[in-house]
Design a protein around this ligand. Structure first.
Ligand SMILES: Cc1cc2nc3c(=O)[nH]c(=O)nc-3n(C[C@H](O)[C@H](O)[C@H](O)COP(=O)(O)OP(=O)(O)OC[C@H]3O[C@@H](n4cnc5c(N)ncnc54)[C@H](O)[C@@H]3O)c2cc1C
Length: 332
């Protein structure tokens, strides 16, 4: 017999960590995610290009594991074949072209795509994809999750909300109950945007690095997908703009975003001006810039909690830590 039934809204890394902890403690969890498949911001886009299928890790680029709990999870993912160390030429480059190697650290990537890590974390759990939760109804001990199409699922004893702050505010604002302190914290949190460009090329392109942090222009990062373990398909690159540029051009036409970022990469590194295939993806909420710095928060009834990287900082490990901490609190 399960101890309690708990709904988890958001099946990214934070939601997955929360569900794993609760399941381990004997609770029955159901996860709801609006996405079509696992990943959240640890995502991989599969596209058909004129040169065949290409995969782009267009969200998080690599994962570092500094704490014991997340290190143990990443080793488990590696043993399952869902993650591997990224051994590559990683550098930082300033506007004047000065190149420095990135400091030596284990950097993990998902295999065959970044989302494999979340897929592994969700293994064996009851996850409903394509399920956008608009609000909750009921109350402590009898919560229902209300989906966009009007369907309801429940009752649940408690609900963990593991989604970015703006989306959480929308959800809690439509739910009866006193969530004012969680909403105030979410309002004060800042998650910056990121404009990403994916480009497939008809020939190998080697600027002397596989991944580079870039300073002094619109670009913040460039990486070669084929330098990661388990990647096949045409030569593929991902380009990320800085938060400042992305905010300035948040509503820009996707073609203009592609053109501007490719042009900068062409001028700085000779990146091919005409990729065989290219596209832009706008992350409206990408990297946490200002966080409440506590791993989770509960409402006054102790049955609705929130978690996510936005509570601790913009790293996958911090999403994991936040979700784990909320799971521990709800398991009590
Ligand atoms: C461009 C970019 C680059 C990054 N680079 C790095 C990096 O190099 N290293 C690193 O460690 N981190 C990086 N990050 C950050 C990292 O991806 C995040 O910290 C982590 O994935 C956050 O996990 P999460 O579970 O908190 O949120 P998310 O991954 O955003 O998961 C939230 C989930 O909730 C779902 N959802 C939202 N609203 C609803 C709703 N109403 N109903 C149902 N489901 C909903 C979403 O579909 C999503 O799956 C990067 C992120 C981006 C976008």
């Amino acid at each position: 017999m399960a101890k309690g039934r708990i709904a988890i809204v958001g099946a990214g890394l934070a939601g997955a960590a929360c569900a794993r902890g609760l399941t381990h403690a004997g609770h029955a969890c159901v996860l709801f995610d609006k996405g079509r498949g696992p990943g959240g911001r640890l995502s991989t886009r599969r596209v058909e290009t004129p040169l065949g299928e290409a995969r782009f890790d267009h969200g998080a680029q690599f994962i570092t594991a500094r704490g014991d709990a997340f290190s143990a999870f990443m080793q488990e993912a590696r043993d399952a074949g869902a993650a591997a160390s990224w051994q590559a030429r990683l550098v930082s480059i300033d506007r004047a072209g000065n190149v420095e190697p990135l400091r030596s650290e284990d950097r993990w990537v998902g295999v065959p795509g970044m989302n494999a890590i979340v897929k592994h974390a969700l293994g064996g759990l009851d996850v409903r994809f394509g399920a956008r939760v608009t609000h909750l109804s009921g109350g402590p001990g009898r919560w229902s999750v209300v989906l966009e199409d009007g369907e309801r699922e429940g009752p649940f004893d408690a609900v963990a909300v593991a989604i970015p702050p703006e989306q959480m505010i929308e959800l809690l604002a439509r739910t009866d109950g006193d969530f004012s302190s969680q909403i105030a914290e979410a309002n004060a949190a800042v998650i910056g945007p990121c404009q990403a460009v994916m480009a497939a090329l008809d020939a190998p392109f080697d600027p002397g690095f596989d991944g580079a942090k870039l300073y002094g222009g619109a670009l913040a990062w460039m990486a070669r997908m084929g330098s990661r373990p388990g990647r096949t398909g045409p030569e593929s690159w991902i380009l990320h703009a800085t938060t400042g540029w992305s905010a300035r051009y948040l509503e820009a036409n996707a073609d203009d975003v592609v053109r501007n970022l490719l042009e900068e990469a062409h001028i700085r590194f000779g990146f091919p001006a005409r990729p065989v295939w290219s596209s832009a993806h706008r992350w409206r909420y990408a990297l946490s810039e200002k966080a409440p710095a506590t791993p989770f928060a509960l409402d006054e009834t102790g049955t609705v909690g929130c978690a996510g990287d936005w509570r601790l900082g913009g790293r996958a490990e911090l999403a994991w830590d936040s979700g784990t901490a909320l799971g521990q609190a709800l398991a009590r």
